[in-house]
Design a protein. Structure first.
Ligand SMILES: Nc1ncnc2c1ncn2[C@@H]1O[C@H](COP(=O)(O)OP(=O)(O)OP(=O)(O)O)[C@@H](O)[C@H]1O
Ligand SMILES: [Mg+2]
Length: 362
């Protein structure tokens, strides 16, 4: 178990800056998720920690040591990959024991046997130990991959989208198993994914990465409820946050296209004045819009263009003025396509962004 720090780490491939002056501090025992779209630099970041890539500049610090110059074997980190990398001709047991058989480890056979058994028990694959790895399901193979990491007692676990090749149902159950495993082991996990649900459900903290840069670090709650910019706001949440053009008008924000206004808080007013911001983006999540019986404050009228039934909830696609908004409402309301409705917007839970920079205004 160890904490991990990246200090100004940069990695350039020819014309692509895959990791751009990255600063990160991952705490001892933390489940840290690096979340970002494809090409964001997630895998490269993990590979830099594992020693599979060499940083062009900056420091990778594990525990008390700068590890930039250490070989992968010397780093004492374990990586689980997206694709199962099991040896097909070996049994599950042999696959799991493999990293322990290195001469340099000099481990006695009974110690190896004990570690493999313990990991297999933790992962519920005890009964599969003598099977060939080719005779396993995808979920079992990925468990063996994780088992191979566990037996090594590494300082830190690096996981690169380990569940992305599993079907939806298995992925969901493996998510909770991994979360439980993390709690049981108390080790430091750095977990990479492009799947926001995975990040939200498993992480102690999330770092949102795009184009090699960290855009925000926070708990799932902070990332969802206090997004630092429009990228984070739109990347997390499904259906995604509604974003509308808006203008400052004295003490208020005029959400012109939808035809309603909201009052600015004192601190928002101050930030807007200081930065001379004129053009805003107004953001409100679909679950913060509700259907009410009659007009009151912060209400506007709209038309239901079409409804998507999700079982537990309905997603309404609404036309409001010239804007299109999505709202999540209860199916009990019995709303139908074409209905004229009155919408109430939870303005206290709305977000404002600078349209030029995308930065949140708080
Ligand atoms: N060995 C390499 N040579 C050249 N370019 C590379 C190499 N590895 C990565 N890149 C580039 O660096 C950028 C970051 O890649 P990386 O694999 O880290 O992204 P990622 O966030 O893991 O994406 P994904 O979600 O698709 O796995 C991409 O633009 C990629 O094309
Ligand atoms: Mg990747």
């Amino acid at each position: 178990m160890a904490e991990l720090k990246l200090k100004g780490v940069t990695k350039v491939f020819k014309d692509v800056t895959a990791v751009d002056n990255l600063d990160l501090e991952i705490k001892n025992g933390e489940f840290f998720v690096l979340l970002g779209p494809t090409g964001a630099g997630k895998t490269t970041t993990l590979r830099l920690v594992a020693g599979l890539e060499k940083a062009d500049s900056g420091e990778v610090v594990l525990g008390d040591d700068v590890i930039n110059e250490l070989s992968p074997a010397e780093r004492d980190v374990a990586m689980v990959f997206q694709y199962y990398t099991l040896y097909p001709h070996m049994t599950v047991k042999e696959n799991m024991a493999f990293p322990l058989k290195a001469k340099s480890r000099n481990l006695p056979d009974d110690e190896i046997e004990a570690r493999v058994l313990k990991a297999a028990r933790t992962l519920n694959i005890e009964s599969k130990l003598n099977r060939k790895s080719t005779e396993l399901s995808g979920g079992e193979m990925q468990r063996v991959g994780i088992g191979r990491a566990i037996v090594r007692n590494p300082k830190i676990f690096l996981m690169d989208e380990p569940l992305s090749n599993l079907d939806a149902k298995l992925r969901e159950s493996m998510r909770s198993e991994l979360a439980r495993l993390h709690i049981d082991m108390g080790e430091t996990f750095v977990y990479v994914t492009h799947d926001q649900v995975e990040a939200m459900t498993m992480a102690d903290r999330i770092g949102v990465l795009n184009e090699g840069k960290i855009l925000q670090i926070g708990t799932p709650d902070q990332i969802y409820n206090e997004p630092a910019n429009t990228f984070v706001a739109t990347f997390v949440g499904s259906p995604q946050i509604n974003l509308l053009n808006a203008e400052v008008d004295g003490d208020e924000v005029n959400i012109t296209s939808a035809g309603y206004r909201m009052k600015l808080t004192a601190s928002q007013k101050k930030a807007i004045a200081e930065k001379g911001i004129k053009n805003l983006l107004y953001g409100v999540r679909p679950e913060e819009i509700s259907i009410v019986k009659e007009q009151e404050d912060n209400c506007c009228s709209g038309t239901v263009k079409f409804k998507q039934s999700m079982g537990a909830e309905d997603i309404l696609n609404l036309t409001v003025g010239t804007a299109t908004l999505k709202a999540i409402v209860s199916p009990q309301l019995g709303i139908r396509d074409g209905d004229k409705v009155v919408l109430k917007v939870e303005v206290s839970r709305s977000h404002l962004f600078d349209r030029e920079t995308g930065e949140a205004i708080r």
